[in-house]
Design a binder for this molecule. Structure first.
Ligand code: ADP
Length: 162
């Protein structure tokens, strides 16, 4: 059985993340979407809230499991018997950090491959940061996040006074 993990902060989720999940779920028998801690970012939603939201947007995908972890990513992947780590790559800024992450993970375990998926063209410019900025400056995010989460995400960004 081919198993992959797709880790990220997903804070908040965007249509770009969802696109990667749907495409990766077609490539693997089982896909773990893993909400992980990013120590360099202050969170908008708690990990538990993010897991709930990720579950709500992936419930149409039978082979996708959403979890949270505080473990080192590669250890989490080993425990799940994963063959691959999925990441998205939008631009040269992502390239630098993804290349570093890949080298680091490969140094620890050479048997787990990193698979990079490029975003569909509509999502090339989408990031969690751009969604926060749009809300702060009064823009609409309806085209960029799953429809049923628009209000929840807007409210939280406004409440946090980012
Ligand atoms: P992190 O905080 O670890 O960067 P993110 O939640 O920002 O995690 O993203 C998780 C993964 O999804 C990363 O590999 C990131 O490059 C990718 N990603 C983020 N936004 C998009 C997008 N619009 N299209 C494709 N991939 C994306």
């Amino acid at each position: 059985m081919k198993i992959a993990i797709y880790p990220g902060s997903f804070d908040p989720i965007s249509n770009g993340h969802l696109d990667i999940i749907e495409r990766a779920a077609r490539l693997f028998d089982k896909l773990y979407v893993v909400v992980s801690i990013n120590i360099s970012k202050s969170p908008l939603f708690t990990p538990e809230e993010r897991v709930e939201m990720m579950k709500s947007v992936t419930k149409h995908l039978d082979n996708v499991i959403v979890e949270q972890t505080n473990e080192l990513l590669i250890k989490y992947a080993e425990n799940k018997n994963a063959n691959a780590i999925i990441r998205g790559l939008r631009n040269f800024i992502d390239y630098q950090s993804e290349m570093t992450l890949f080298s680091f993970n490969r140094h620890i375990n050479k048997d787990i491959e990193t698979i990079i998926l490029f975003p569909s063209s509509d999502n090339l410019f989408l990031s969690s940061t751009s969604i926060k900025e749009l809300v702060v400056f009064g823009g609409e995010i309806d085209d960029y996040v799953p429809k049923h989460l628009v209000e929840k995400i807007k409210e939280r960004i406004k409440a946090k006074k980012l």
